[in-house]
Design a binder for this molecule. Structure first.
Ligand code: PMP
Length: 461
């Protein structure tokens, strides 16, 4: 077997990568030409690449490495669990301690009567579970026609056929026959881009009322559930106006429509509460979890389910499950992650130290001529870029060009800040310190200055 190591020259690794590895959400031909950035190791909030650069990870990987990289305890737990019981399934009337312990811990952290967990390997899988679970629930209640699910445009719920259909990314729906039938999308509460002359509050209300119109159009007896991220993540960290979620809740209550809160990003401390639903005042029947559940140390996701649905589903056989539902190593590692979160009071750190420092730094960045405004909740934030912030106007040229330029300038300055269109996205590990946030701000300011110069030179203002 070929021995491929971190010590090989970058160009050789890039060539092998281009020859054999197909990347997600990537134009692979273009990547092959440019060569992938090869990450070799990581510790705390810093990544190291194959050229020896130390890069501050302002995205916690893909919004997941909440306790930071390279924790010894996590490796120890994984090794111990692999030797004790590396695998067994949870089908056919069997269980094991890691899955039992993790389900119990999640139930104790989750609000209200969200006391049951159906495990999956990822957020996508968990949302596929949710589609089948809410439809099966209503069928078992004698209402099989109550099967339609309403979501939002520009939502992200995963990449599988079901979860990708729940998602509202039109460029995803263009490929591979999505959405599947019975899924509908209303407009998102993105005031910055779509709010026009309305106040944020009036706009939030108007967008929530689209749900009522859609339920009435489909017939309330045909609508199973509404799904939403408490704060849209991949769509651009869109913090909805304060009027939005209360109105969604009122409408769902009125028409007996279940609420699925997709907590894959917001869950486990990202917004300063254990769950984004608590931050936004939502009372969901099901929550989708993944990412921060294990801080990305192992792939694991799941659905946290309320008493009523769990009892109803439990009265018959739910013909659904994954080989890795409740995988013992993933469960043990996730449990250790939750222990660390609690023993180290990471939520207190977010609320009292990191989020205030981030907010202060972002307020300074907001004075930059390219930065339109700041959206922030806990440790997730976005900076919509704009040539004229007073009018929220767009840049000349294709949408996303300036955002992409800024992301590239961030990388060149050893900072990971992602872009969604012309919005810059921030979601650092929850353990980030004020000193590290200062480094973030210095690098981000330099990247924004360089982008501004390039934007002016390119006539994009
Ligand atoms: N839901 C949300 C809100 C997400 O952000 C993501 C991933 N970015 C998913 C679901 C899908 O999770 P996964 O990639 O683990 O399948």
């Amino acid at each position: 077997m070929a021995h491929i190591t971190n010590h090989m020259p970058t160009a050789e690794l890039q060539a092998l990568d281009a020859a054999h590895h197909m990347h997600p959400f990537t134009t692979n031909d273009e990547l092959a030409e440019k060569g992938a950035r090869i990450i070799t190791r990581a510790k705390g909030v810093y990544l190291t690449d194959s050229e020896g650069n130390e890069i501050l990870d302002g995205m916690a990987g893909l919004w997941c490495v909440n306790i930071g990289y390279g924790r010894q305890e996590m490796a120890d737990v994984a090794a111990r669990q692999m030797l004790e019981l590396n695998y067994y399934n949870t089908f056919f009337m069997t269980s094991h301690v890691p899955a039992i312990a993790l389900a119990k811990e999640i139930a104790s952290l989750a609000p209200g009567d969200l006391n049951h967990v159906f495990f999956a390997g990822s957020g996508s899988e968990a949302n596929d579970t949710n589609i089948r679970m809410v439809r099966t629930y209503w069928a078992m209640k004698g209402k099989p026609e109550k099967s339609h699910i309403i979501s939002r445009k520009n939502a992200y719920h995963g990449s599988s056929m079901g979860s990708g259909s729940l998602g509202g990314m039109s460029y995803m729906h263009e490929q591979g026959g999505m959405p599947i039938p019975g899924i509908h999308h209303i407009n998102q509460p993105d005031w910055w881009v779509e709010g026009g002359d309305l106040t944020p509050e009036a706009f939030g209300l108007a967008r929530a009322q689209e749900l009522e119109a859609k339920i009435l159009e489909l017939g309330a007896d045909n609508v199973a559930a509404f799904i939403g991220e408490p704060i849209q993540g991949a769509g651009g960290v869109i913090v909805p106006p304060s009027t939005y979620w209360p109105e969604i809740q009122r409408i769902c209550d009125k028409y007996n429509v279940l609420i699925i809160a997709d907590e894959v990003i917001c869950g486990f401390g990202r917004t300063g509460s254990w769950f984004g639903s608590e931050t936004m005042g939502i009372k969901p029947h099901i929550m989708t979890i993944a990412k921060g559940l294990s801080s990305g140390y192992q792939p694991i996701g799941g659905s946290i389910v309320c008493e009523e649905i769990a009892q109803t589903i439990g009265s018959g056989e739910f013909n659904h499950g994954y080989t890795y539902s409740g995988h013992p190593v993933c469960s043990a590692v996730a449990l250790e992650n939750l222990r660390i979160m609690q023993d180290e009071n990471i939520l207190d750190h977010v609320n009292n130290v990191a989020a205030p420092a981030l907010k202060e730094g972002l307020a300074k960045l907001a004075e930059h001529p390219l930065v339109g405004t700041v959206n922030v909740a806990g440790l997730m934030a976005s900076l919509p870029l704009s040539p004229r912030k007073e009018t929220r106007s767009k840049f000349a040229g294709d949408a996303g060009t300036v955002g992409y330029m800024c992301r590239e300038r961030c990388f060149a300055n050893n900072l990971v800040m992602r872009h969604v269109g012309d919005r810059m996205i921030i979601s650092p590990p929850l353990v980030i310190t004020p000193e590290e946030i200062k480094v973030f701000m210095t690098r981000a300011t330099k990247a924004l200055d360089e982008t501004y110069t390039a934007v002016k030179e390119g006539g994009l203002l």
